[in-house]
Ligand binder design. Structure first.
Ligand SMILES: Cc1ncc(COP(=O)(O)O)c(C=O)c1O
Length: 493
């Protein structure tokens, strides 16, 4: 604060100080809430009596321009009209009124904790759906990265086609052929993970109020998307062979759904695989009632036994199946590369939506995946992770059986995929269990998130066994069982 005083002036010293501070305040060189020097300090700075400064400050106080607070000193209290009106606008600005209706995606504190814990490596993370970082073929990845960057820079750094880099689409087509899905290149598009595939399909097909049939329980990310668009979600019970087809047919007749969404291989969250008989029946119903099926297959290649099931898409004689898959579970979720295989008409439509959404998927990442496939690293890597994940699955199963008393929990041992879905037979407060485990640095996903109205699954949890390492699985299950018995034995509920 610069103040000049003149002892030659006819104006008194306190008025000179008052006038200059007043001007600084009005011009907002001293904005609202600025602390002024104490009277003693200012008198020293200006070489005047303290009473002179006191007189100047008193005058400013009398005009309401400054105010003294015990412990806080003297602060500016003036707000210009301009600022006052700006503050008014901010106060009445209500973003809620701007969001479109039905923005209420199911989200709560536990979901936030889970999402945050994901990037927090002091936690044992059983909650996600991430592949293992320990099994990355780091040297191969390095070599491929170098090879990709030898490519023409225009290829790498300019736009790629909306449907994806041509060579990757051809490779995906060949790969799917080996899994029994015959398609043409026009039937394949690359997406930013399966999540985007789902989003594009749902945005293209579903409007508010449309009925969709999903498995009960089902993938949290799909439920959120259906809720976000305002679909009426009806869930169909499953058993160890997948969706109950009698109930499905009954619901189809009753509700004329727009879509059926299913995860037939190593289902998320239950780990079950749909039987061949039910796959055939599902295709038959889809054809009979003319209802498209979304076959979401991120885990199909991650199998721990020899048994292979034909995909719905490979059984699909009427081209009603929209097939989705991803490299998120086999290579890395951060690459954000997935794909859709569907009829040309569907792909053409989705292409338009994709273009207005984000033009295309990250070009460099598409080449990275393409080179992994071209150099046979991808197939080798899948064999490798399948061996590693089987070991982790077996360990988790063994630990669960040892640590929990017979009859306290139930689960099926999945033949593939990422998850064990556990039912706790004795009633317990799941929030308390989650919080106790979380405090001890173990994070899991409570079952209620896998149904739109999740109460039915309040006694379930989903554990991921692929991401944590062997030591973490050992330690994490010990912590979970200890927390569980603490709650049960104390009768805390
Ligand atoms: C059934 C299912 N579909 C889609 C996704 C999303 O995969 P992406 O990372 O490719 O978007 C997941 C991820 O957990 C999933 O389990």
């Amino acid at each position: 604060m610069k103040i000049k005083i003149s002892r030659d002036s006819s104006m008194s010293l306190h008025l000179q100080i008052y006038n200059q501070i007043r001007e600084l305040i009005y011009l907002e060189y001293l904005p609202y809430n600025t602390t002024l020097p104490s009277e003693r300090k200012l008198s020293e700075l200006l070489g005047v009596d303290r009473s002179t400064v006191t007189k100047a400050y008193d005058k400013l106080k009398a005009e309401g321009l400054i105010k003294s607070h015990v412990g806080k000193g003297t602060v500016v209290k003036f707000i210009s009209d301009y600022r006052k009106s700006a503050i008014k606008v901010v106060n009445i600005f209500d973003w809620d009124g701007f969001f479109r209706e039905n923005n209420d995606i199911k989200y709560d504190d536990i979901i936030h904790l889970i999402m945050d814990a994901n990037s927090n490596d002091d936690k044992i993370f059983f909650a996600g759906g991430l592949p293992s970082v320990d099994l990355f073929p780091v040297e191969d990845f390095d070599a491929i990265r170098e090879e990709v960057f030898k490519r023409n820079l225009v290829d790498l750094f300019s736009h790629s086609p909306v449907l994806g880099v041509g060579e990757l689409r051809y490779q995906i087509k060949d790969m799917m052929e080996r899994y029994g899905i015959n398609s043409s290149i026009d039937e394949i598009m690359i997406t930013s993970g399966s999540q985007q595939g789902l989003d594009l399909i749902i945005r293209s097909f579903i409007k508010r109020g449309d009925v969709v049939l999903i498995e009960e329980p089902s993938f949290f990310g799909a439920i959120q998307l259906f809720e976000h668009i305002g679909a009426k979600i009806i869930s169909v019970p499953m058993d160890s062979e997948g969706i109950n087809m009698d109930v499905l047919e009954f619901l189809i007749e009753r509700h004329s759904p727009k879509l059926i969404y299913t995860i037939p291989n190593f289902h998320n969250p239950t780990g079950t695989t749909m039987s061949l008989k039910r796959r055939s029946k599902l295709i038959e119903l889809s054809n009979q009632y003319c209802i498209p099926i979304i076959e979401d297959d991120p885990y199909g290649m991650i199998r721990y036994g020899d048994k292979k099931m034909p995909s719905l898409k490979s059984l699909d004689y009427s081209n009603h199946v929209i097939y989705l898959s991803t490299f998120s579970k086999t290579i890395s979720v951060g690459l954000r590369i997935g794909w859709i295989c569907a009829s040309k008409e569907v792909i053409k439509h989705l292409k338009n939506i994709k273009q207005i959404t984000d033009l295309h998927v990250n070009t460099i990442n598409q080449y990275f995946v393409s080179y992994l496939i071209k150099n046979n690293i991808y197939e080798k890597h899948i064999e490798n992770i399948n061996t590693g994940y089987k070991e982790k699955r077996d360990l988790m199963v063994d630990k669960l059986r040892r640590n929990f008393k017979d009859g306290d929990i139930e689960f099926i041992v999945p033949d593939g995929g990422f998850y064990i879905w556990i039912y706790f037979k004795r009633e317990m407060d799941m929030n308390l269990f989650f919080n106790m485990a979380y405090k001890n640095k173990v994070v899991f996903t409570p079952g209620k998130y896998f149904l739109p109205k999740g109460e039915l699954y309040s006694q379930y949890i989903r554990l991921n066994f692929t991401f944590p390492n062997i030591e973490q699985i050992n330690r994490g299950i010990n912590i979970l069982s200890k927390s569980y018995y603490k709650i049960i034995d104390k009768g805390v509920n």
